[in-house]
Design a protein around this ligand. Structure first.
Ligand code: OXD
Ligand code: MN
Length: 588
């Protein structure tokens, strides 16, 4: 097949990868619907994709992954910088030459009998100041058709790259899907990603975590911008003014629901609206006006299916009704799909995520707990009109969240940028039954970036601190906690759409039209400043409890923070240590 580019760097690199992997043929993906349709048909003929009910789910497919390949593999994900010190204590590291030698043995001849597809893609709107380009080589049609949803993909990307060597190379091979030879490797100094023996989205769709977070975090540090694991939400008030917030949350904290929030009836009637710009990743740059501007570099949602329902997130449900690829969900008799938490009617005569007949009485899940939908952003009913704006959107507030039964208040504004960076650096969540580890155990997940930062975490904090110098009007920083419980273990806050009540307070603080109560953690709302009109069951006493900061709990928290900080040794920026000192002085 004739190459779609004459760029020598690209041709040489593809040549050397083809020599190593030895595919039967190389296919250049041009992004046309015609070519994609051919590939989908081929995947259907081999069973790699299953076509779903064309009337109820037009253009939708089911893919079942290998049962040993259903999630990201942090233990096998590496940052191979030249110096170990640059990867830091929270990343796996190996010498780049040693890693490449090991990987060469695994890739050797792994595409014999298969096709190598060449995918040109852009993270961000092609040609925009934010955009970065990538080329992924893969042996998987599932990866090609998923990248067509998740990125801006097609031959226009070659025009944007031109003759330059400025693009991110990614070599993906499903190979034998052998978990023992599975490696997800980033070489940040070479703009190179190598991923082998997994076809799971987070490991194989290289534009997402590998590029848009791990590699991009390193590019951002060099170039004065930030790649963050954050949603981007637009909030429109009754006057028609839209403010934008970014939010970082560890998993199981309702990030996708917040990204697609539907205002409660009382707010809707007054004219409030919410707009989704992004559900997972934000690239943030200082604008000429001294504010921080954000884009979502992706073009689709790779959402967790279980728990998503018409009740919890109707916008996510609507996003999956056409042109969507479902992975590892259950297949119903009528050619539609099902997962736990979709509704209260488990299907009869369904097949589970591995294609086996499923008995609702068996107690086994029908869908894998990490089953996913890969859906185009344009399907989302509340997608922001600014989604494709090449300049992005200006960010008024950054929100750090976590799941804390008692310690963290419902909402609190940090004292300033430095203090906000401190609160992000010590972000933590208590484990739920759904995640590994002991229920209630605390996991520190700095800015929700623990598995995604491509360099030393303490250098990353310094980069956050340095960003302030590039901003004359930085966003205000807040912490939120939707998960406070009372003494009987009942949630005190209803969450979901009602979170807009908290966001409204945040917006008011950003424009300085409301006072707040100073405390050791920053600024708290007065209970009466959270609008509870139309909200049943949350009393002023509940709000007082939701906002209470208990010194005994914070004494324990300080010990946890000290423990967490110990990992980073003497690299921790002094301003963050000063924030910790203030907290220590308060609890002692
Ligand atoms: C994701 C993740 O899939 O954070 O977005 O794991
Ligand atoms: Mn994510």
């Amino acid at each position: 097949m004739t190459p779609l580019t004459s760029n020598k760097h690209i041709l040489d690199w593809i040549g050397s990868c083809a020599n190593l992997c030895r595919p039967d043929q190389v296919v250049w993906i041009d992004g046309s619907e015609e070519q994609l349709e051919q590939l989908r048909a081929e995947a259907v003929s081999t069973g790699e994709l299953i076509r779903l009910n064309e009337e109820k789910l037009p253009g939708c497919y089911l893919h079942r992954s290998d049962p040993s390949d259903v999630a990201r593999v942090e233990g096998r994900t590496f940052i191979c910088s030249r110096k170990k010190e640059d990867a830091g204590p929270t990343n796996n590291w190996m010498d780049p030459d040693e890693m490449k030698a090991k990987l060469r043995g695994i890739y050797d001849g792994c595409m014999t009998g298969r096709t190598m597809y060449v995918i040109p893609y852009s993270m961000g709107v092609i040609g925009s100041p934010f955009a970065k380009y990538g080329i992924e080589l893969t042996d998987s049609i599932y990866v090609v058709v998923s990248m067509a949803i998740m990125t801006r993909m097609g031959k226009e990307v070659y025009d944007a790259i031109g003759d330059s060597a400025d693009y991110i190379r990614g070599l993906h091979a499903s190979a034998e899907l052998d978990p023992e030879k599975r490696y997800i490797v980033q070489f940040p100094e070479e703009d190179y990603i190598m991923s082998v023996n997994s076809a799971y989205g987070g490991n194989a769709l290289l534009g997402k975590k590998c590029f848009a977070l791990r590699i991009a975090s390193c590019l951002g540090r060099e170039e004065g911008w930030m790649a963050e694991h954050m949603l981007i939400l637009g909030i429109e008030n009754p006057q028609g003014e839209v403010s934008y917030v970014c939010g970082a949350f560890p998993s199981a904290c309702g990030k996708t629901n917040l990204a697609m929030l539907i205002p409660p009836a009382y707010y809707r009637e007054k004219g409030w609206k919410c707009w989704t710009v992004g559900d997972d990743i934000a690239w943030l740059r200082p604008g000429p006006d001294g504010r921080l501007w954000a884009v979502n570099p992706e073009n689709g949602f790779f959402g967790v299916a279980p728990g998503t329902s018409e009740k919890s997130n109707p916008n996510a449900m609507a996003s999956t009704h056409k042109n969507t690829i479902f992975t590892n969900v259950a297949l119903k008799e009528d050619g539609t799909v099902w997962w736990e938490g979709m509704d209260k009617n488990p299907p009869t005569n369904a097949l589970d995520w591995q294609g086996r007949p499923w008995d609702p009485a068996s107690g086994a899940p029908a869908a894998h707990p990490n089953s996913r939908f890969t859906a185009p952003s344009t399907n989302c009913p509340c997608i922001s009109p600014e989604f494709d704006n090449p300049q992005g959107v200006p960010i008024s507030a950054i929100i750090f969240g976590g799941r804390r039964a008692k310690t963290a208040p419902l909402v609190c504004q940090s004292k300033n940028w430095v203090h906000g960076v401190f609160t992000g650096s010590v972000m933590a969540s208590e484990k739920t039954a759904a995640s590994e580890g002991t229920v209630g155990e605390l996991r520190h997940d700095t800015m929700a970036m623990l598995p995604f930062c491509g360099y030393h975490m303490a250098d990353y904090w310094q980069h956050w601190l340095d960003m302030e110098k590039l901003l004359t009007n930085p966003p205000k920083i807040f912490t939120v906690n939707w998960f406070r419980v009372d003494d009987n273990g009942h949630f005190l806050w209803p969450g979901f759409g009602e979170n807009l009540r908290v966001l409204e307070w945040i917006m008011k603080r950003c424009v300085g039209v409301i006072d707040a109560e100073p405390c050791i953690l920053g600024y708290l709302p007065q209970p009466e400043d959270i609008d509870t009109n139309g909200l049943e069951g949350v009393t002023e006493d509940d709000l007082r409890e939701l906002l209470r900061v208990d010194p005994d709990l914070w004494r324990q928290e300080v010990r946890h923070i000290e423990e967490h900080y110990k990992k980073f040794g003497d690299k921790i920026p002094q301003p963050l240590l000063d924030c910790l000192k203030d907290l220590e002085a308060w609890v002692d």
